[in-house]
Ligand binder design. Structure first.
Ligand code: FES
Length: 143
């Protein structure tokens, strides 16, 4: 399967209900002799997939330098206002991209960001490193 064929998002799935940011660690997976890191490749592929699918309105792909999970490249985080943030490791830029974007879609559709384990895409399911609770709203109310 090529990267181009792996990045297609199923347009028949229910749409997201809120904007999500996919943070991609672009310093992950640096190898001697390679021009770019695994993280940089994943960021480029994810950005391209989102643009190709016209998903920029709900999913932003942002580069970040180190999420402090350096032993499990490539590391990413899904975040959105009022939702739990999920950090995932061991993401393969070529093999896991389609499931990563599907995970973002399901995360977007979950009001609190919590997607039950069984409902996470198969290649993402066992790769959660951490989840971080949402910040309280400015008025002090819990999301
Ligand atoms: S270099 Fe990617 S998490 Fe540290």
């Amino acid at each position: 399967m090529t990267v181009e064929s792996a990045i297609r998002v199923d347009e028949t799935r229910p749409g997201p209900v809120s904007a999500v940011t996919l943070h991609v660690c672009v310093t992950c997976g640096r190898s001697d002799g390679e021009a770019e890191t695994r993280g940089a490749r994943l960021h480029a592929a994810a950005s391209g997939a989102v643009a190709a699918a016209g998903d920029e309105g709900w999913l932003a792909v942002r580069p970040v330098e180190c999420l402090s999970v350096c032993k499990r490249p490539t590391t990413v985080a899904l975040a959105a206002p009022g939702k739990w943030t999920y950090v995932y490791g061991d993401i393969d830029p070529a093999e896991d991209l389609a499931d990563l974007i599907e995970a973002a879609r399901r995360y977007a559709g979950a009001p609190d960001g919590i997607v039950p384990w069984r409902e996470r895409p198969a290649r993402i399911r066992g790769r959660a490193v951490a989840r971080i609770p949402p910040l309280p709203a400015p008025d002090g109310a819990r999301p």
